[in-house]
Each structure stands twice: as structure tokens, then as C-alpha cells.
Ligand binder design. Structure first.
Ligand SMILES: [Zn+2]
Length: 552
């Protein structure tokens, strides 16, 4: 027989495949994408069927990467890069279904699993049993876990190699260049050179584009790209990414998806700018989608995802239109300082509609940052809007009824610019906030305590967000103010609960409150004058002895 005419592959022939298939009944193909694995499988299947043999082709139904392709259905055709070379797909099924189907297949059948990495590792035992019963098993692109399990059995493996385009070395990387349908194979040095030049070109275009043409100045950094000397409007992006990652990892359902060998949690950033968060989440195992109305941002995000070989879906779209029209759901979502812009352009009601739709399209965790109307840039720019501030966002999220638990990361925490709100559809598995003296069975802390130190000192501005575990009717507040007297103001959700004038020495006060079980609220304590202590840089206000809530 003549060798396969495939320019991408070396030293490999149909004769060899058949020899091996008939001797060793599990045969595995590994190698970079587009090295001829699928075309080899198809040729083998065709040969077997032409010789009167029975063939069954399996593809996984457990990952969107396959199921979103319209041809991936029973009776659809699996193609490859060789025009006209394709084969009928028999089964698009889960690992469990595939295991059962294999048991029912007759000895002598050639069973083929392409893109096998989208099956769970448990499939390997079924391959082994099938082979023991006299079936021939062909596997394309197994996962590392599957290969590890295969080691305990006898199987044959063919690692497909292609040359780098420089012709000097074997390729170790595959990249998709802009506008190219087929990938390019590169060796290590060529890959590095190509990545560096693509990144320089990208940064040059960013420099020339609005909103700061000619300057090393843009909104967001790019995730894990060296941008020394650049001025970034949002230099708090890494801190905000940490908030999303940490919150998502505390959702039991997202955790389960992250730990699954095949499934992946999905993430969508509404108003994604140039894709820092979409990229950061993709790098942590999420299937990312980024939506932004700005063509440049989407272009830059797309270019970088191609350079990095990621599969991120960037969509240039009006955020309100996208989120109200899509039927897709996402495990984790975020929207950073986008909805107030929608309000300035399309009105207050449109912004609300946008947030509501976002919450409904979120399966587990939604992360929200809003620009406030108390900021100069948005003041008087949103028609018909009430004051949009901390309490507005909290109330909006609570009243949506979509969240079992809401947490707040106040502005300033790890350098974040604005308050970041996290809504959990299901109660998270743990709380990242603890250690305050008033964490008891009446309330639990749902934000960092800003202005509280472990030695019980409060700063002149102290703030913490709490959720009531019971119906609360009374607050007891005890403290110690050494030295000069000062005025102390206690606020609940921005409303003054009590003003204590000329507080000095030990003090103890009780106030009636009315907070229903499950309500998240903001407690703040402001003190009019700081105490300066030698050798201590802090602006001290008072020593907190007790904050105690009592039940109705
Ligand atoms: Zn090379």
C-alpha cells in the first residue's frame, strides 16, 4: 500500500496502521492539533468498512467544545482538514452511555473515539473490556488522565509529529493566526518569537488607539502581559479578578465543575473591555465569554486569545441587547462599572433591566461593580435616577430575589477602587470574613471590616456589612475612648442611628433597631477626632469592646 499522502505527517502508512490494529486492539493517537490524527482515524474507518467490517464512531456529548458544532450529532459527518474526507458519527453520548453501548457492541467491531479527552477517565476501563472481548478500539487525542490509566494495560500509541514552519525542528506549539482557518505549527524558538512580535504589534495598536492615542495609557491591563511603563486606568484589575476567583471557588456547584475531568464552568463578563477578566478566568479553567460594545476592545481581546491559543468567545455587542436577548446561562458572571454607562446612554430603567437579566442568566455567582451617582463623572448624567450608591446596589440585589447570599468587598480592600458586590445563588461553602468580636449566632459578617484592627482599635471611619441570622431588635455598643472627647456617630445603611456627643472614657449605649432575618446591612461608626499615639501610624478613634445584636 502507498503511504498516506498527508504533508503534515511523517513516516506513517496505512499498512502500519492495519498491522497494529489487528495485533494490538487498543490504538491511541496523540500529538498537537492538526497533525493528522483525525484524518488517520477516518482513513482507517473507511478501510475497515470497505472491507465489510463494522465500525462505530463515538463523540462525547459532555463538552460544549464538541456539542456546539452543528455536525456533531448522530448521523452527522466528522470531517478533517483533507477535503472530502469524512465519516459518519454514530454516537454523541456521555461517558456512561458510551460504556453501556460498548458492552452491547459485537466482537470484531472497530470502535473509534475521537477527541477522547472529552470523555471522563472512567471510559478507559470500558475500552479495556471491549478489547478483551475482541473489539478493536481506536482513540484520538486522549486526556492525560486517560493516558495514565491506560499505562496499566497493553496498548499501542502513535505520537504524531509535524515540523515547525522553519523546517529545523519538530513543532511543539500550535497557533491560530489572524484570519487563518488552519493553525500554524511552531517549534519553541519560533513560537516565542511569534508570540513576542504579536504582542508588540498588539501593544503598538493599543497605544495608537483611543481613548489615549499616542500614549502608553489604556483602561485595563492585559492578563499576564508585561506592560511596564504603561499607565492603566484600572490598576486594580488583578485584585478584582481575585475576588471573582475566590467567590466562585466557594460555590459548591462551581467547585464541582472545576474538579470535573471533562466539564468546565462558564464565565461571562458583561462590558469586558479588552478582556482582562475573560482571559484571567480562562487561564483558571473557565470557558470565558466577553461582551463589549467597543470594536477595538473586542479586537484586542480576540487577538490576544489567538496569540495565547485560548478559546475565548468575544462578542462585540451592546450589553443591554446582548443580555436581554441571549438564552445562554453562565455559571459565573461579572459586570464592572458598565451598567451606569448604560444608564447614562439609555436611561435608568434600561440599566435596571440589564442587571435583572444578568442575574437571571447567572447560574451560581454574579459579581457587580457600579459607578455611583455620587462620583463627579456620573453626577447628574443619569435621567430619572435616584441616588445610586452602596445602599442602592445592595437593595437592588436583595430585591431581585435571585440571591441566597450577598457579600461586599468595600472600596479600598486590596486597593480596589469601588465596592464590589458578590451575589451567590446558593449559600457559599465558607465565609472569607471572620475574626470580628461580633460574629455570633445573631449576625454574620459578609464584608471585610474596614477600619478595624486586631487589637480592637477602630479607625475614625469603620464600616462592616453584616447579614442578620435572626430578627434583630436591639444593638448594644460598648467602647473606650482614651484622652480627648469626641463625637461618635453610628449609622445603619447610611442612616444615622445614634449620635453620641463628647464621648470619653468607657461608654455603653443601646439602640432599638428593626432588621429582619436574612437582611444584609451596613454598619458604620464615625468618630470626629483621631487619637495620635507616638510610634503608631494609625488614625485611632476608639477601642471597641462590644457590638452586640439582640433578638426581637
Ligand atoms: Zn521553528
Amino acid at each position: 500500500m502507498a503511504p498516506i499522502q498527508d504533508g503534515y505527517q511523517r513516516g506513517f502508512s496505512i499498512e502500519y496502521v492495519f498491522l497494529v490494529v489487528y495485533c494490538m486492539t487498543i490504538y491511541v493517537y496523540t500529538g498537537l492539533p492538526a497533525t493528522g490524527k483525525t484524518s488517520t482515524l477516518i482513513k482507517t474507518m473507511r478501510e475497515r468498512e470497505n472491507a465489510g467490517g463494522k465500525v462505530e464512531l463515538f463523540l462525547s456529548s459532555e463538552h460544549e467544545e464538541l456539542t456546539r458544532r452543528p455536525n456533531v450529532k448522530p448521523g452527522g459527518l466528522m470531517g478533517c482538514r483533507v477535503p472530502g474526507l469524512n465519516f459518519r458519527i454514530d454516537h454523541v453520548c456521555s461517558t456512561k452511555e458510551a460504556v453501556k453501548l460498548l458492552k452491547d457492541s459485537a466482537p470484531g467491531t472497530l470502535v473509534v473515539f475521537d477527541e477522547a479527552q472529552y470523555y471522563k477517565p472512567g471510559i478507559v476501563d470500558a475500552w479495556c473490556s471491549a478489547s478483551a472481548r475482541g473489539l478493536d478500539v481506536l482513540v484520538g487525542t486522549p486526556s492525560a488522565d486517560q493516558l495514565r490509566i491506560l499505562q496499566k494495560t497493553e496498548y499501542q500509541r502513535e505520537h504524531m509529529e509535524v515540523d515547525c514552519r522553519c523546517g529545523k525542528r519538530s513543532a511543539t506549539h500550535v497557533i491560530y493566526e489572524n484570519g487563518m482557518v488552519y493553525p500554524v505549527h511552531l517549534c519553541e524558538p519560533c513560537y516565542e518569537e511569534s508570540v513576542n512580535s504579536a504582542i508588540s504589534e498588539l501593544l503598538r495598536d493599543v497605544r495608537e488607539a483611543s481613548p489615549f492615542p499616542g500614549d502608553l495609557h489604556t483602561y485595563q491591563p492585559f492578563y499576564k502581559i508585561e506592560m511596564e511603563g504603561w499607565e492603566l486606568v484600572r490598576d486594580d484589575s488583578p485584585a478584582r479578578l481575585e475576588i471573582i476567583l475566590h467567590a466562585a471557588s466557594r460555590s459548591g456547584k462551581v467547585r464541582k465543575l472545576l474538579d470535573d475531568p471533562v466539564a468546565q464552568p462558564s464565565y461571562m463578563d458583561l462590558g469586558c473591555c479588552s478582556g482582562f477578566f475573560a482571559d484571567g478566568m480562562a487561564s483558571h479553567g473557565y470557558r470565558s465569554t466577553g461582551v463589549d460594545v467597543d470594536r477595538n476592545f473586542i479586537d484586542w481581546g480576540n487577538r490576544l486569545s489567538m496569540i495565547k491559543g485560548q478559546s475565548i468567545r468575544y462578542q462585540q455587542s451592546d450589553a443591554h441587547q446582548f443580555i436581554t436577548e441571549t438564552t445562554d446561562e453562565y455559571d459565573v458572571t461579572s459586570t464592572f462599572a458598565t451598567v451606569q454607562w448604560i444608564m447614562t446612554q439609555k436611561g435608568y430603567a434600561t440599566g435596571i433591566e440589564c442587571l435583572r437579566a444578568l442575574f437571571q442568566r447567572t447560574r451560581h455567582v454574579a459579581v457587580v461593580e457600579m459607578g455611583y451617582t455620587t462620583e463627579d463623572i456620573y453626577r447628574d448624567r443619569i435621567q430619572d435616577a435616584p441616588v445610586i450608591d452602596k445602599d442602592w446596589v445592595l437593595k437592588m440585589m436583595q430585591e431581585s430575589g435571585e440571591f441566597a447570599s450577598i457579600e461586599v468587598h468595600p472600596a479600598g480592600e486590596n486597593g480596589i477602587w469601588r465596592d464590589v458586590y458578590v451575589g451567590f445563588r446558593e449559600v457559599p461553602t465558607s465565609s472569607p470574613f471572620c475574626g470580628l468580636p461580633f460574629n455570633d449566632d445573631m449576625v454574620f459578617q459578609v464584608s471585610t471590616a474596614m477600619g478595624y484592627w486586631e487589637d480592637s482599635w477602630l479607625a475614625t471611619t469603620f464600616e462592616v456589612w453584616l447579614t442578620a441570622s435572626r430578627d434583630l431588635s436591639r444593638l448594644t455598643f460598648e467602647g473606650w475612648r482614651p484622652g480627648q472627647a469626641a463625637d461618635v456617630q453610628i449609622q445603619l445603611n447610611g442612616d444615622t442611628l445614634a449620635e453620641m456627643n463628647r464621648v470619653s472614657g468607657l461608654f455603653n449605649s443601646e439602640f432599638p433597631i428593626s432588621i429582619a432575618v436574612g437582611t444584609t446591612f451596613r454598619l458604620s461608626v464615625g468618630t470626629s477626632q483621631a487619637i495620635r499615639v507616638e510610634g503608631d501610624e494609625r488614625a485611632l478613634a476608639l477601642v471597641l469592646r462590644t457590638i452586640k445584636f439582640s433578638e426581637r
